[in-house]
Design a protein around this ligand. Sequence first.
Ligand code: AMP
Ligand code: MG
Length: 330
Amino acid sequence: MLDVMNPETKFALDAVHQAALLVRQVQVEMVTPALTKDDRSPVTVADFASQAWVSHLLSKSFPNDPLVAEEDAAELRPAEGADTLEQVTKFVRRLIPEAAPESVCDWIDYGGEDVAARYWTLDPIDGTKGFLRGDQYAVALALVVDGQVQIGVLGCPHLSDAYRPDFGGPGSLVIGARGQGAWTTSIESPGDFARLEVSRISDASQARILRSVESGHTNVGQIDQFALALGAQAEPVRLDSQAKYAVLAAGGGELYLRLLSPSRTDYREKIWDQAAGSLILEEAGGKISDLSGKRLDFTPGRSLINNRGVLASNELLHSAAIQALRQVGA
Ligand code: AMP
Ligand code: MG
């Protein structure tokens, strides 16, 4: 069972729940039809507000724990950043009424720590393109102790039962706690947690493959070759953010590939992009490794420099997928 009274679990659920509601509100208020295609200001404001809030709550809840988070306040501190900072502060005040621009910057920079024996890692908005398009995005927070993810929480404001009956609409909180399983609850009224389990499909021809929407974050041609080598029939399903891990954990797919983009073969995954989702998947009975089958190493720093890409599965299809990856030279 999930121990929701555990202090770390309680903090992580509360932090991500409030952050997810806040960023959803930024989206409702700022992503309007008048927004030009290149205007990224809503996601910038939401990203910073989410990180400021989670940092603030962590500093109150576990003042000795370092936070390794994606953003920093460098662009907000100079005069040119004042308008954005004002907007960020306006949203942060909905959760922390006493927030001032200076303290908001300090909270954001609280996330500039290095990995340690025990640390938290945060992606304040994973799937920024999905956020702007109105597709999937997630707030992702994880606790890593001695290289093992202990708690992973995703707040997915658009993840609903369109993907799996387990996800009640219109948004989901998803948690994995080591040894306690993977669970989901509604973002509107968290409380009743439903357990997540991966799909039992072991026939490769029936495998549903998940991939990024952004073709620059993977290798689309190689995914098609992979599907052919594996014998998978269905078209890959495209989703933004770590919502893919939640869908896999709920049995809404069998495989998820992060192949190396041909234009960025040196790219190494970031810890905040993988930690929370990886535990949710494992606790639902799935398996995660890099493309060669190596376990993900969350110890060396902000990037997973000891790994190349990611393969995530329902476990049953993992070794067949590794074989197919070798066949296509991934
Ligand atoms: P997705 O939603 O699956 O497209 O993944 C989003 C994440 O991809 C972002 O949070 C980025 O940190 C990460 N990303 C950025 N560039 C790359 C790249 N070249 N290859 C893989 N992932 C990337
Ligand atoms: Mg991200």
